[in-house]
Design a protein. Structure first.
Length: 602
């Protein structure tokens, strides 16, 4: 083998190894939070059997002054040992060794991702009295392979600039994905070529695919001046089409699925539909993959994709098309107090949708076509001069450059301001909590609106490195607390849309608390204070102080109850991403398990 071939083989193996290591970390994260910790099956630095522990494990512990985490699999009588850098109340561990499985008469064996996956899935199968979830094993394998591709092809710089450039770079930076999801980069049933062509993680851009549609076959709604199809036309290339036809874009990844549908094939043959093919300027996929961005355009395009990404097939269900616009209208009419009280908050409205509707087809086919062609228009902000709008998921995550973006921003600011890092980090986190937690609590407690402020739904506008604006997106996922909205207010929503958006109060709280405190703030604290237990505690204290401040400024009886519970150290509700996949539950059927609060005994 030539030197060049050897180097390429080494690089490819390194990419696979890194993808496997990151995937094991995600699996351990999920299992510890969702299963082991709630059942009392986690222990740090147990003295039991330490003399027989693998030498490599003990060496990693001593070399980095770490700790040994033991995870007991009670049903299969297996123990997993792994070295971690520091204890963590929120179970955000830095794993500093490979995991080992064994114990109880078994010899210790270093685990790679397939062995670890099989151990955990076998334990969960016994726990729930079900067969081992082979589909999930396949999804884990798929996720590892896709992640390796992104590691090979992703960008490795860390200075992202300002404005649209910074925003776009942040959308493309989620190489490793959700740190507490068992299949963070799973993209099933898709060719490797298509993954490379359409994935944000490799900096993809592409032209949209277009169909000419008769005007009477359109289904649309708009809250703006002008029909949805006219608003779209302003963002699209000009086509010469027969009189009475309008041009409808779809994601090019979706075009093949659309052409496979029998009603579409018949309509293409008869001329009712015209396939115009790809055209126009390139659009860029955002982190969600199906939502597309073009700098300078007035709207994002949230397209349907009949592709399973992580948990879900990312189609725009017919009731979600209607629900996005209906909820946008309700928020405009009845929730203006939110943005009036918090002028630095922007809700990225979804004021229009357009799709295809062959009204002469049976209902099942009509719905199928609506969901295949559906496009939601999401308002695109004009980023203020001097602002770096960055996706929160990119701020609080590891990158190929080796830099954690939030630490880079804080270090740069500390240098400019003449601060030490700890002081700058506390200032940064306090500003972030106020920008995000205060309006989310106000929406829930005063207005009965349940947003989803998780890491992929929050864009942070940094001015001179400090959070100054907040953008909340994906309003289609917004829910309304049952009993807080009158029948008159909800009259504009169809029964199916109402069913999908109404949440009981406790369920609404679980959704907000998980997204805000676990998915978002726990990751922010972990990356801001990484390796510094004292700073981590100080950051959690900043959160507690900010909650008290919220109650003084904006509180009511609802928030008083919730904040009192939080400050007393009540456990936080943690969403079960792993168990959803094991039990094959829809994401909307997620359950929550308790996670110890870091606000205890501050």
């Amino acid at each position: 083998m030539s030197a060049q071939s050897s180097a390429l083989a080494y690089r490819a193996q390194h990419q696979q190894d890194l993808a496997g290591t990151r995937s094991m970390a995600a699996l351990l994260n999920c299992y510890c939070r969702e299963v082991a910790a709630p059942a009392g099956l986690l222990q740090l630095d147990t003295p039991f059997g330490h003399r027989g522990w693998p030498l490599a494990l003990k060496h990693s512990q001593r070399l980095q002054h770490g700790h040994i985490l033991e995870i007991r699999l009670a049903r299969t009588q297996v123990r997993i040992l792994v070295a971690v850098a520091l204890p963590s109340v929120t179970l955000n561990y830095d794993y500093i060794s490979a995991p080992y499985g064994g114990g109880f008469g078994r010899s210790w064996q270093e685990l790679d991702w397939p062995r670890l996956s099989r151990l955990l899935l076998a334990e969960l199968a016994q726990l729930y009295g079900s067969p081992i979830n082979v589909e999930l094993m396949q999804q884990i394998e798929n996720s590892v392979g896709v992640m390796a591709e992104f590691i090979a092809l992703g960008a490795r710089d860390h200075d992202w600039g300002l404005g649209a450039e910074a925003y776009l770079r942040s959308e493309q930076a989620l190489t490793f994905g959700h740190a507490f999801h068992p299949t963070p980069k799973s993209r099933q049933g898709i060719s490797l070529e298509a993954i490379r062509r359409y994935s944000p993680e490799v900096g993809a851009d592409f032209r949209l695919h277009y169909f000419a549609v008769r005007g009477e076959d359109l289904k649309q709604r708009s809250l703006l001046a002008g029909e949805a199809i006219d608003l779209l036309a302003g963002e699209l290339p000009a086509f010469e089409v027969p009189a009475g036809y309008r041009v409808l874009p779809v994601h090019p990844w979706q075009a093949g699925h659309i052409r496979s549908l029998a009603p579409v094939q018949a309509a293409l043959a008869s001329g009712r539909l015209i396939d115009l093919g790809p055209a126009g300027e390139p659009w860029y996929p955002t982190a969600s993959v199906r939502t597309l961005y073009r700098p300078g355009a007035g709207f994002f395009l949230k397209c349907s994709l009949h592709v399973r990404l992580t948990n879900c097939v990312r189609k725009n269900a017919w009731y979600e098309l209607e629900g996005a616009v209906g909820l946008c209208q309700l928020l405009e009419r009845h929730a203006g107090e939110l943005t009036e009280t918090f002028p630095s908050l922007s809700l990225m409205a979804e004021p229009a949708f357009v799709s295809l509707d062959f009204q002469d087809q049976p209902e099942a086919q009509r719905i199928e076509l609506q969901e295949a062609f559906g496009v939601i228009l999401r308002s695109s902000p004009c980023w203020p001069e001097g602002e770096a709008p960055l996706l929160a998921g990119a701020l609080f995550g590891d990158s190929l450059s080796g830099h954690v973006q939030v630490r880079y921003q804080v270090e740069q600011r500390a240098r400019r301001q003449g601060q030490d890092y700890g002081e700058a980090a506390r200032e940064w986190f306090a500003a972030y909590v106020e920008q995000l937690a205060h309006p989310m609590l106000f929406a829930l407690c005063r207005l009965g609106v349940v947003f989803e402020p998780h890491l992929q739904n929050v864009v942070v506008g940094l001015q001179e490195g400090l959070p100054a604006r907040l953008y909340i997106r994906d309003l289609e996922g917004t829910k309304l607390v049952t009993g807080r909205w009158s029948q008159e207010q909800l009259a504009s929503l169809s029964p199916r849309v109402r069913q999908s958006v109404e949440y009981r109060a406790e369920k609404g709280w679980q959704r907000v608390a998980y997204c805000l405190f676990i998915n978002n703030f726990s990751q922010a604290v972990y990356y801001l204070a990484r390796g510094d237990a004292g700073l981590e505690r100080q950051l959690w204290r900043e959160l507690a102080l900010s909650l008290e401040c919220y109650q003084q400024r904006h509180g009511n009886a609802v928030s008083a109850d919730l904040i009192t519970r939080l400050l007393r150290g009540e456990a936080w509700p943690n969403k079960t991403n792993l168990l959803n996949r094991v039990l094959q539950r829809a994401d909307r059927c997620s359950e929550y398990v308790p996670l110890q609060s870091p606000l205890t005994n501050l």
